[in-house]
Write a protein that binds this ligand. Structure first.
Ligand code: THG
Length: 367
């Protein structure tokens, strides 16, 4: 079998050795790194996330660090969400667009100081983008990648576990807020966040030489709650309505099409990249929208991260972006990025492997 592995163009995270020891069975490239995407037992990984606690190497959520006198102005220039109310210690989910109003990332922005930010990015090169915009706008800011690697702890028992390691103060963290912490001299920031709707935290390790140490501490402390390894879950995130930039979006997708309109502030000044285009897109009305698709009576099967054509009356009306077998729906569900002529409740067909599978368009999120 052909192999792909770490090299200078495909970095691994500080938790890589631990994920191998845990029996990781599949990686996906993400931000020019290797992201664990399976440990070979999808039902067990789903069950830990839904009923217990799960730990994920999400070091691929790379940070773009922005500091300097124009840092705040630059971050707002890159963000189509109004950040004026964001205070130090707070994070926010923030769509970023290019000049066409096309979504180019949807990071969590963390404000560490008035002139110090991290953009915790999805799979696209925002380091290069931020440097280019800063330079072209004559802004004074330093843009680098810090030594930061998130480890996610997700599931209904995550709070008890994280409190058992770091203290009860973590229970008071508000969603997307973060604070400094340390265990056995391992430094990190702890945020209440994570790419699931089952609750939990992200430990932003700030010393990449201590990955194995941190993994083992969490693994050990989690035994009473049956902790085990997991990954950003391919179907829980769809059941929960979370977007995968690059998975559910293409080179034409704007935030309104994929339910991110509530994070867009069209009253932001014109110098925010993409905001003028978004005003125009809003005025014209979006051509596509994201709805759920529930296929009829599908047996358990692996998920898909390729796009399938969605048809109605033998005509292509959009794409099924990502999908998979949902334990809660007991069939295949996914996202449809379809013409706004289609509505919730419409029957459609999805062309999968040369075969048409019938399904129904639904509201999102599924749960
Ligand atoms: N955590 C961190 N960095 C990340 C991700 C993460 N970088 C990559 C990727 N995930 C960025 N994308 C998302 C997508 C969704 C959410 C967070 C990051 C998310 N959304 C919630 C929702 O849509 O319901 C809450 C948004 C809100 O209302 O504020 O959490 O997961 N560090």
């Amino acid at each position: 079998m052909a192999e792909i592995g770490p090299n200078t163009r495909l970095r691994v995270s500080p938790f890589y050795d631990s994920t191998l020891a845990e029996g990781v069975t599949a990686f996906s490239p993400y931000n020019s790194m290797l992201m664990p995407v399976s440990y070979g037992d999808a039902p067990a990984e789903y069950d830990r996330l839904m009923n217990g606690v799960s730990m994920w190497d999400v070091g691929v959520q790379r940070q773009v660090e922005i500091t300097g006198p124009d840092a705040a102005r630059l971050v707002q220039t890159l963000s189509v969400r109004d950040l004026s109310a964001c205070v130090v210690g707070q994070g926010k989910y923030v769509p970023m667009c290019d000049h066409r109003g096309v979504l180019i990332n949807d990071p969590v922005v963390l404000k560490l100081a008035e002139d110090h930010f991290w953009l915790s990015i999805a799979d696209n090169n925002i380091l290069m983008w931020a440097r280019a915009i800063a330079q072209e706008r004559g802004m004074v800011a330093t843009i680098t990648e810090p030594d930061v690697s998130p480890l996610a702890i997700q599931g209904p028992k995550a709070e008890d576990l994280v409190a058992s390691i770091f203290g009860d103060w973590v229970r008071d963290l508000k969603y997307f807020w973060f604070a400094d912490a340390e265990i056995h001299g391992i430094p990190m920031k702890i945020a209440r966040s994570g790419y699931s709707k089952q609750g939990g935290f992200e430990l932003y390790l700030t010393d990449g030489s201590r990955g194995t140490g941190l993994w083992n501490i969490v693994r050990e402390a989690g035994q009473p709650w049956g902790i085990g390894p997991g990954t950003p879950n391919p179907v829980e995130r769809i059941e929960s309505g979370l977007l995968s930039y690059g998975g559910d979006t293409d080179d034409l997708t704007n935030p309104f099409e994929v339910r991110l309109g509530r994070y867009v502030d069209l009253t932001l000044p014109d110098d925010v990249v993409g905001i003028k285009a978004l005003r125009q897109i809003k005025a014209e009305g979006p051509k596509r929208h994201q709805l759920g698709i529930v296929l009829d009576d599908q047996p358990r099967q692996s998920g898909h991260a390729v796009w399938y054509d969605v048809l109605q009356n033998a005509e292509k009306v959009g794409s099924m972006t990502n999908g998979g077998w949902s334990p809660r729906k007991e069939t295949v569900i996914g996202y449809g990025l379809v013409s706004t002529n289609l509505k919730i409740g419409d029957r459609v067909e999805v062309l999968r492997g040369g075969k048409l599978d019938a399904g129904t368009l639904t509201a999102l999120p599924f749960y």
